[in-house]
Design a binder for this molecule. Structure first.
Ligand code: FNR
Length: 363
């Protein structure tokens, strides 16, 4: 008899809240502005329902998905989140081991508190074939971007994820209220050490720049043979531009409600992007995924996989590597169970005609 993923994730979140410094808990939990989008991401999933298909005669199930940059045993990858050592002393190394054991993908952030080479080494200590992707913000200084790309390549990353939704930093009320602006002593964004334009050993700030454009993306893409994902796409026209600029995949995301507080829920923006991309590249969704049903709905709407951000941080804070493993395991198990309930054999058997609006009232 198993519990639900929703219950497990909620319990891990409460354990994380109990062990974390309140300023750090709120840094992870919070969003921008009045946190309309933060709540909206989860609420939008509650408004969607799934129509199972029956008697399809599918005796076995396959949850795996092949994406540019890696094969996932289940359609749930770990979205890039900053500063894992705020959650647990082993930080991104613990996360990487759990994700590798689950045979899915960790998107490791440029703002990791463990250097990318050590993150990949931790993943490969569990599975020599583990896929770790590197997320970065295009830096206004191409030389800095190029140096970060080289680091990811040398570390053995198998894809790059360029985050495009952050021309300026979002305004986080909770951080302002706590006065949380700097990492505690001993923690740093380790990938930002020894970059061009800084003294040896010194850290460069991660720049967010409204001057960044498609030309920066083009130069980045030309500088590497790794598959490139563009993260933070909401407008279908941008998804088309991304394909035209040669990306290998698109991530529909509103940054977990941490950038612009006027945007739709991620799952609301998904169908139009899927239509615009028209199968040319895979589309991943992140934002508000908290149970197997959310994963199934996103896949039925055309996502190839989903990313989870905060749930992984709660697992990490509550129980380190084992906590992250638990998050990925309950989600995989619940998706598998739902696919069976929908008579599906593989993830392609979840289709858009199965998604309907949940009506507010009952007649
Ligand atoms: C993020 N996210 C993020 N995204 C990114 O591209 N680079 C980053 O450095 C970060 N940092 C970050 C920190 C924290 C604390 C959170 C919660 C999120 C956004 C992340 O990749 C993802 O889009 C959201 O977390 C998905 O929403 P959920 O799963 O947290 O609801």
């Amino acid at each position: 008899h198993r519990t639900t993923a929703g219950a497990v994730l909620a319990e891990l979140r409460e354990r994380a809240r109990a062990v974390l410094d309140p300023a750090h808990y709120d840094y992870f939990a919070g969003g921008v502005g009045d946190e309309v989008v933060l709540g909206g991401n989860e609420a939008a999933f509650r408004r969607l329902a799934l129509l199972p298909r029956v008697l399809r005669g599918a005796p076995t199930r396959d949850l795996s998905v092949d994406l540019p940059g890696g094969r996932l045993a289940a359609p749930v990858l770990v979205a890039p989140t900053a500063f894992h050592r705020l959650a647990h002393p082993e930080g991104e190394s613990a996360t990487a081991r759990a994700v590798a054991a689950a045979r899915t993908v960790l998107v490791s952030g440029v703002a990791s508190t463990v250097a990318i080479a050590d993150v990949v080494a931790a993943a490969r200590s569990v599975d020599p074939d583990a896929a770790v992707w590197f997320q970065l913000y295009p830096q206004p200084d191409d030389e800095v971007t190029a140096c970060l790309v080289r680091r990811a390549e040398r570390a053995g990353c198998t894809a790059l994820v360029v985050t495009a939704d952050s021309p300026v930093l979002g305004r986080h009320r909770r951080d302002a209220e706590h006065g949380f602006h700097d990492l505690p002593a001993g923690l740093a964004a380790e990938n930002m050490r020894d970059l061009p334009g800084a003294a040896p050993g010194a850290l460069r700030d991660i720049a967010m720049s409204p001057a960044v454009s498609w030309a920066h993306l083009d130069r980045l893409r030309a500088s590497t043979s790794l598959p490139l994902w563009l993260k933070g796409v909401l407008h279908p026209r941008d998804a088309v531009l991304a394909v035209e600029h040669g990306v290998s995949g698109v991530v529909v995301s509103n940054h977990g409600g941490r950038q612009c507080d006027v945007v739709p829920a991620a799952v609301e923006a998904l169908p139009a992007v899927v239509d615009a991309v028209a199968g040319r590249v895979p589309v991943v969704l992140d934002g508000g995924v908290r149970c197997g049903g959310d994963v199934a709905v996103a896949l039925a709407l055309g996502a190839a996989a989903v990313g989870v951000g905060r749930p992984v941080l709660w697992g990490l804070a509550a129980a380190g590597e084992a906590g992250v493993a638990r998050v990925l395991d309950v989600l995989r198990d619940e998706v598998d169970h739902l696919l069976a309930l929908c008579g599906g054999r593989d993830l392609a058997d979840l289709t858009r005609d199965q998604v309907v609006a949940r009506s507010a009232g009952v007649c």
